[in-house]
Design a protein around this ligand. Structure first.
Ligand SMILES: Cc1cc2nc3c(=O)[nH]c(=O)nc-3n(C[C@H](O)[C@H](O)[C@H](O)COP(=O)(O)O)c2cc1C
Length: 226
């Protein structure tokens, strides 16, 4: 299989990791290569803070303190979803959550079980590396699309090296704590976290394989000889 195709088809959000550390030179290389992601006007509107070991633990500890005081977080720095998702999108979102919790045997009514899994987000799912991807507050939707370019490039590069990732928008729920703790310059805000490490392939949560809409649903081909 072609290398990029392989990486695209076999990257899956990974929510349980081996404790094995990630080599610093390798991590640095991944982020270094991801710099070549395209962006409108070559603005490159991304800032990355990668944490491991003690530095990672300190962030997680401070976020845990915040969540003890305010279990629902600090309010979102930006809306992860639009306020009124239409039925089609709402159904996809619900299915994704349903399938995720099913891997753990957590039922729809089990709010505590769902809460426990959701809370693991704020430990980067115990990945050895936690990354915060930030953006300048002045940037608009065009640059947020560019951020997605960077994010996917980094995740595919990780996959190519046998590493696994999970993008985590939920970090915006504790954005004030993260921004303060990391001493981000005033003009920057948290876009998302990325858990990164070697996948725990034995963990049931990593068996999740999400559905996709069919090619016919998302694409039209016009003017081809078909
Ligand atoms: C920008 C972004 C933010 C996400 N935020 C979270 C998150 O906060 N927690 C989580 O468990 N998964 C999160 N995900 C993972 C999605 O649920 C996942 O990508 C989607 O269900 C498709 O599954 P796949 O990544 O395994 O193909 C996020 C993905 C993206 C791209």
């Amino acid at each position: 299989m072609h290398a990029v195709t392989e990486a695209v088809l076999h990257r899956h959000s990974t929510r349980a990791f081996e404790p094995r550390p990630v080599d610093f030179d390798l991590l640095r290389e991944l982020i270094d290569v991801a710099r070549y992601s395209p962006s409108s006007g070559n603005l490159q509107p991304w800032k990355v803070v990668a944490l491991t070991g003690h530095a990672l633990q300190l962030l997680k500890d401070e976020v845990a303190d915040t969540l003890r005081r305010s279990p629902r977080g600090e309010g979102m720095g930006y809306p992860i979803y639009p306020e009124n998702l239409t039925a089609e999108y709402q159904a996809r979102r619900a299915q994704c959550a349903e399938d995720l919790y099913a891997t753990l045997g957590v039922t729809r009514g089990d709010r505590e079980g769902r809460g426990r899994q959701f809370a693991r987000n704020f430990r980067f799912f115990d990945a050895p590396v936690g990354i915060i991807l930030a953006v300048d507050k002045s940037m608009g939707s065009g640059q947020w699309a560019d951020l997605g370019m960077f994010l996917q490039t980094l995740m595919l590069l990780a996959r190519e090296r046998g590493l696994a990732t999970c993008a985590q928008a939920c970090w915006t729920l504790v954005h004030q704590t993260v921004e303060r703790h990391l001493e981000l310059p005033e003009e920057l805000m948290v876009f998302c976290g990325i858990a990164l490490g070697y996948p725990d392939t034995a963990h049931p949560i990593n068996t999740l394989r999400t559905e996709r809409a069919s090619l016919d649903e998302i694409a039209e081909f016009r003017g081809f000889n078909i």
